[in-house]
Ligand binder design. Sequence first.
Ligand SMILES: [Zn+2]
Ligand SMILES: [Zn+2]
Length: 172
Amino acid sequence: MKVAFHQIVGDEYVRRISDDGWFPGDEVTALTPVDGLVSLRRIGSDRVDVTGRMTVIVTAACDRCCRPVSSELMIELTYHCRLGRESVDGVATVAECREEDCQTLFLPEPIIDLGILLREQIYLALPARVLCCSDCRGLCQQCGTDLNDTRCSCLQDGDGGPFSVLRQVKGK
Ligand SMILES: [Zn+2]
Ligand SMILES: [Zn+2]
């Protein structure tokens, strides 16, 4: 999804997001195709502002019980793409803006690879923790039983955890 500066004519160049290989499918499992639009505005000869939004439903394993959890990523993005300065060895570098929600991207040539921006946004939008529910009990560390479904005998034997202490108190 590369767009050259010269392709942006008129006020705005709007493009529907399509997956032409930019989506990090090896690491992120998408249940739906990415849906969204990006809009490019040319600001002078050396700058293009990119704004857009996209949604995609992804799935990942719960950190505690490993059940698949799907979540909808709703992403809004803003980039200021500038030609030239602050590029290092011909590689575009990203510098954070003072505003938290925008970034300046320095380009070695007047071509914006939207795939790079979109992929970065997918990574940023992924939840740091994946939980099927806030009170997921997880798997028993000893026998692997999914404690959301059933209890195992390991717990009843007591392992010195807070529950075994409670049971002792109650038993007295
Ligand atoms: Zn879980
Ligand atoms: Zn167990």
